[in-house]
Write a protein that binds this ligand. Structure first.
Ligand SMILES: [Zn+2]
Ligand SMILES: [Zn+2]
Length: 226
């Protein structure tokens, strides 16, 4: 794989090895503290311990979900082009931000035994031809040395969740993920990987299934945060 001499965001020619032109690069919103310790939602002010509205009243099964960039503008477009436009080469750039995420204090001193992509249902996989979370895992594995493990299966074909409220989404996802046969996760620390964190419902359902199957702890890392 190599980068063409064009900006991955806007297609303008770029010099050197940078994947993005200065304009696109400068438009990317990095998530910096203060942000919610659990879901990485940034907030204004200096409250040291803060439960953001997304996490309020939630008891997520993952300990935290880390993302270093916001899913907006050029980032949102790149995720979309990877997923629906089959521009798999973009995974390398998105995984670059995930690699930065591994240095987040919430992940740096916690040694995951493996990267676990959020699985797609077999039917969705046939439609899309690839699982973007798995592609991101492979890229991250290459740069971090962490191995990829696929202990989960998505056994229910869930329809689009955008029309559902939080409770509806949870209901919709309940029992959607099951541990695969001969996929032992006992006592493992697992880092769940997905393209974007929005409400956290999908990551939560995966984390619940992994803990139920005996995992010691589950944290999450996404390429971007909605
Ligand atoms: Zn650009
Ligand atoms: Zn939060």
């Amino acid at each position: 794989m190599f980068f063409p001499a064009h900006c991955a965001g806007c297609g303008r020619s770029v010099s050197g090895d940078e994947p993005l032109c200065p304009t696109c690069s400068g438009s990317i919103e990095k998530i910096r503290p203060p942000r919610c310790e659990v879901c990485s939602q940034p907030y204004r002010g200096d409250a040291p311990a803060f439960t953001c509205p997304n996490c309020h009243g939630e008891d997520f099964h993952f300990e935290c979900a880390v993302a270093v960039v916001r899913s907006s503008g050029v980032v949102r477009e790149m995720v979309h082009r990877l997923k629906y436009g089959k521009e798999l080469w973009l995974a390398r750039i998105l995984a670059g931000w995930m690699r930065e995420g591994l240095d987040d204090p919430r992940l740096k001193h916690w040694k995951p035994d493996a990267l676990v992509p959020v699985p797609l249902h077999a039917r969705r996989l046939r439609e899309r031809e690839f699982n973007q979370a798995e592609i991101l895992c492979s890229e991250l594995s290459r740069t971090s040395g962490l191995r990829v493990y696929l202990p989960l299966e998505r056994c229910r074909y869930t329809t689009t969740q955008t029309q559902l409220d939080r409770k509806g989404r949870r209901q919709n996802l309940r029992d959607a993920f099951i541990p695969g046969k001969n996929r032992d996760v006992t006592n493992m620390n697992l880092l769940l990987v997905d393209d974007v964190l929005t409400t956290g419902s999908t990551l939560d359902a995966c984390a619940a299934a992994l803990l139920e199957a005996g995992a010691r702890s589950v944290r999450a890392l996404t390429a971007a945060r909605g």
